[in-house]
Design a protein around this ligand. Structure first.
Ligand SMILES: Nc1ncnc2c1ncn2[C@@H]1O[C@H](COP(=O)(O)OP(=O)(O)OP(=O)(O)O)[C@@H](O)[C@H]1O
Length: 282
């Protein structure tokens, strides 16, 4: 079990209604394993059960049935609390504090010594790119800056497993890219990341494996590249061929009974274009 950062067996949650009758099935018989050191994406449309899964994993909710383990211990186990970092969908940060003060506050909650807090706060503020704004009140922060300080707060205890609920929501493409780079950086440091999101492009670019939930039911899980790969369709990216040469290639494919499904100049993504333009003018 220890090689898994997260293990979920038959996890089911039925919320009770106002009259305490079981009514809303938010999660049904979920089975999932997340390996140590991977970035795993939990995807699904609104209301598909992502946050419920996270709350069950963290022990904030009790399952109707089923079990889950984090870092080899049952969810909610006291010994794992210090090894887990969590960024909720909405971070409730004290906006009358500045970046240093808020991180110091959370460091104290984890019983870090004054020296440890100072060292970690310095490191984290640099890591999330907020050094120039470390003394600025959070009430004056942009959405992106708040998300970044939320992430710093989530990892103040140097966790082995980081659970991020919609870390890039509400951010512009530059902010999203920065957060994605940060998540990849955590991963390089050997940390496991569970990322919940409905921003598919973000998940595709950083997650090694994913699971898709719909109406509380697991639809598919697996390696992102394998899930997206269509072995029967090949893509060539070529340059330096004349129009005549391209015609020859097309002819050759037709002779071999192949079918050219598309052929057009390579397009970059709108995100690449946006980020390039903005960065050129910064
Ligand atoms: N406390 C609650 N009481 C009753 N029903 C709830 C409660 N919390 C969530 N639900 C319901 O459970 C289902 C799953 O909700 P959940 O918040 O887990 O989905 P989600 O995938 O995280 O959605 P989103 O992307 O909007 O955050 C939804 O139908 C939701 O309305």
């Amino acid at each position: 079990m220890d090689s898994f950062a997260v293990k979920i067996e038959g996890l089911t949650k039925v919320y009770k209604d106002f009259w305490k009758r079981k009514s809303v099935p938010a999660l049904t018989n979920l089975n999932l394993e997340i390996k140590q050191g991977e970035i795993f994406g939990l995807l699904g449309p609104n209301g598909s059960g992502k946050t419920t899964t996270v709350k069950l994993l963290l022990g904030f909710l009790h399952p109707t049935s089923g079990r889950s383990w984090l870092l080899g211990k049952p969810s909610g186990h006291i010994q794992t609390k210090n090894k887990i970092g969590f960024l909720p969908e909405e971070s409730y940060l004290y906006t009358f504090l500045n970046a240093e003060e808020i991180l110091d506050f959370y460091g104290k909650l984890f019983n870090l010594s004054r020296k440890e807090r100072k060292e970690r706060i310095d490191k984290l503020i640099y890591l999330v790119g907020l050094n120039p704004y470390r003394k600025r009140l959070l009430s004056k922060y942009s959405k992106g800056m708040l998300r970044r300080i939320g992430i710093a707060q989530a990892i103040i205890n140097d966790p082995d497993l980081i659970i991020l609920d919609e870390p890039t929501s509400g951010l512009d493409p530059i902010g999203r890219r920065e957060i994605k780079e940060l998540i990849s950086e955590f991963n390089k440091q050997g940390k496991t990341v569970l990322l919940c999101s409905h921003l598919l492009a973000d998940v595709q670019s950083i997650c090694s494996r994913i699971a898709i939930l719909n109406k509380g039911v697991l639809q598919v899980s697996g390696n992102v590249k394998e899930l997206l790969c269509r072995n029967e369709v090949m893509e060539f990216l070529v340059k330096n061929l004349s129009d005549g040469d391209l015609e020859l290639v097309k002819k050759f494919i037709a002779e071999k009974n192949g079918e050219v499904l598309s052929m057009h100049p390579h397009r970059s993504t709108l995100e690449e274009l946006f980020v390039n333009i903005i960065q050129q003018h910064n």
